[in-house]
Design a binder for this molecule. Structure first.
Ligand SMILES: [Zn+2]
Length: 654
């Protein structure tokens, strides 16, 4: 899926939210949310080696293939999902280039000592959140099973404990603030081969974990934003999409604890929480319904029916393709589940979707069919009838079936049965991954505890009191202080000042204003409201560097570019990534005319409108101004035109 498409998809979801938002009393249902915010640090090198913390584009210089091994913790526990992947024979193709990776990322050389710059940044953020630094930093290994680390574990270390962050009136306690290495990024999957790019491996991440005390979706978002503000205030974090990721733990007393991974934008947090609450509430309703129907665990049997014959002449493309490959169609009966598989949990996601997710994960199948949604997909009413004859369900039973090789289909149906049994209990505790629209999908079972063990290759690092004091003495200003300063120093109103504070270009604002001397309000509006609007229109704003933006405003100050043309130039630059500002101005025909040329044009307009001026005197100003701007918009400064025109009219009409 292209980047743009994902963006518009998300926008749709945002609009959807206004309509579908449920009226839930979050206090009454006992919602508890905890956040783990991960943000890449803007250090000059990676956490355990000297490689540049950058991502590369284009073809990799190096690739290497590794098998996924079931990593074992020191206690001898094997993660069931990891073991399953191992049994499946999954292999991983790692991609690298030499500018962004060395032997450390490839796990062919031990890690170097902890990057002090990263430690200092985390200590700075920790002290800003009133956390207490540890005496000694111990690097630990956290088992990772999906191939995103060449080592099979992620290195992490606690730097400070017990802080706090203020979000509106509420103060939320921070459990710990840690320093971690980022993992490789997944770039593809073909059959049993997963593809990962290790340029991202080892980029330092700060992790801020709150206590699970947040009580509503909105509060969760406010806390996330507040933490994000403190991190940005250090001035040493990376910017842009993919540099910040949230994990959200959500639990309801009657439901379960769900861990949602990889929410990419702070602004999505409330929606993710809202959806998860909806999902759990609707799953609980299904469980009550099953109770009413008196379904017992023993009712759901691992009894598979081979119904391949039923679909011999099928017009369903998916099944046809499977049969052409000599695969089979296996079915299972879900007693008294009829009508429940099509129950919507969150917009577009049903219990059937959750079963399909499980089937895909454990059986590698492409999807499932079930009687709640048939006839459809080219499956006829006659085929459904034959299916019923073969499986012999009772009226309130649902039938689920899968077309694949027997082994995959069986694994997948077993996973469906397991999910059905969980539906009787209510909400399964699981790890889910965030989609860009705020919904989530099944990722894996929740891992057991105690997945950490010491990293023996790296000695502990002392954090002395003197060192902490030294960092404390030069902490950056806190977000609330900065807000007050922005309002006072640049005369911004509170709303605009807040937007600047939360903008990814917050620092650029001050740089631009100082360098260009353009009106602070003009710069602030462009960097916040205008950019937001442009992004909404699908403009790929990230393609224009901060340096270019700075240049645009310098040109405005120098009188080379009219402020009315800033957006046009920005849009052009976003579409011509390698072109410069002067080319933009030239191509858009925006070259500013000189004051002399302007004066000549004003004289011409005055001559053309003699009668109007005679009739209306100085009141003819607006007509003349309109004519001039219509002709010269983008190549003159409106204020200058206004001043010169007024002067001339005064002279003439005296
Ligand atoms: Zn390296």
């Amino acid at each position: 899926m292209s980047f743009l498409l994902e963006l518009s998809w998300k926008r749709l979801a945002f609009d959807d939210r206004r309509i579908r938002s449920l009226d839930v009393d979050y206090v009454k249902i006992g919602l508890k949310v905890g956040l783990e915010i991960h943000q890449q640090l803007g250090t000059s090198a990676k956490l355990f080696c000297n490689c540049k913390p950058e991502l590369f584009k284009g073809e990799p210089e190096i690739t290497f293939l590794r098998s996924l091994r079931p990593t074992q913790s020191e206690l001898g526990q094997v993660d069931p999902a990891a073991y399953f992947e191992f049994k499946r024979g999954v292999k991983i193709l790692y991609e690298a280039n030499t500018a962004t990776s060395c032997l450390v990322e490839m796990d062919d050389e031990p890690p170097h000592a902890l990057n002090v710059e990263a430690v200092e940044t985390v200590l700075t953020a920790a002290l800003m959140m009133k956390a207490k630094p540890v005496d000694e930093i111990h690097v630990m290994r956290k088992t990772v099973i999906d191939g995103s680390n060449t080592t099979g574990f992620q290195r992490t270390c606690v730097v400070a404990l017990k802080g706090e962050v203020k979000a509106r009136e509420k103060t939320v306690s921070i459990q710990h603030i840690s320093l971690e290495e980022d993992a490789a990024r997944k770039t593809g999957e073909e059959g049993n081969i997963l593809r990962y790019r290790i340029d991202r491996s080892g980029i330092p991440l700060i992790e801020v974990a709150t206590a699970p005390v947040i009580g509503s979706p909105k509060e969760a978002e406010e806390v996330a934003l507040a933490i994000g503000r403190v991190l940005r205030a250090t001035g040493r974090v990376m910017r842009g999409l993919g540099t910040i990721r949230q994990d959200i733990n959500i639990s309801l007393p009657e439901g379960a604890l769900t861990e949602i991974k990889g929410v990419q934008e702070l602004e999505l947090v409330s929606l993710v929480v809202e959806y998860e609450v909806q999902r759990q509430i609707n799953l609980l309703k299904i469980s009550k319904e099953l109770e009413k129907r008196r379904v017992k665990k023993e009712d759901i049997k691992e009894e598979f029916f081979d119904v391949t014959e039923v679909f011999k002449q099928t017009g369903c493309k998916v099944i046809r393709k499977a049969l052409d490959r000599n695969q089979r169609v296996l079915a299972v009966k879900l007693r008294k589940f009829a009508g429940l598989l099509k129950r919507e949990l969150v917009p577009g996601f049903r219990l059937g979707t959750e079963m399909a997710d499980r089937a895909r994960f454990w059986g590698r199948v492409s999807g499932i069919f079930h009687t709640d949604e048939l006839p459809a997909y080219g499956i006829t009413a006659g085929e459904v009838e034959e299916l019923r004859n073969a499986v012999k369900p009772e009226q309130r039973d649902a039938v689920v079936f899968i077309a694949d090789n027997i082994e995959n289909a069986k694994d997948a149906l077993k996973a469906v049965i397991e999910r059905a049994c969980e539906a009787m209990k209510g909400v399964p505790g699981e790890t889910r991954a965030a989609n860009p629209d705020g919904t989530t999908r099944y990722m894996r079972p929740r891992p057991g505890a105690a997945r950490m063990y010491p990293e023996t290759d790296i000695p502990p690092m002392q954090i002395t009191e003197d060192y902490v004091e030294e960092i404390s003495s030069r902490l950056p200003e806190l977000p609330e202080q900065k807000l007050a300063r922005l309002m006072k120093q640049y005369r911004l109103n509170q709303k605009l000042a807040k937007q600047v504070l939360d903008s990814e270009h917050g620092e650029l604002f001050e740089v631009v204003v100082k360098k260009s001397r353009v009106s602070p309000t003009l710069v602030a509006v462009f960097l916040t409201e205008t950019l937001k609007a442009l992004k909404r229109e699908g403009i790929e704003a990230y393609k224009v560097s901060e340096e270019r933006i700075s240049e645009i405003f310098r040109s405005v100050h120098a009188g080379e570019l009219a402020k009315e043309s800033i957006s046009d130039v920005f849009i052009w630059l976003s579409r011509h990534e390698n072109k410069g500002l002067h080319e933009a101005i030239k191509n858009l025909g925006l070259k500013m005319i000189s004051e002399n040329e302007l004066k000549k044009f004003i004289e011409k307009v005055i001559a053309d409108n003699k009668r109007v001026i005679q009739e209306r005197g100085e009141n003819s100003f607006s007509v003349l101004m309109g004519t001039i701007m219509k002709n010269l918009r983008g190549s003159v400064d409106a204020q200058l035109v206004s001043r010169l025109l007024k002067e001339r009219l005064m002279e003439i009409t005296k």
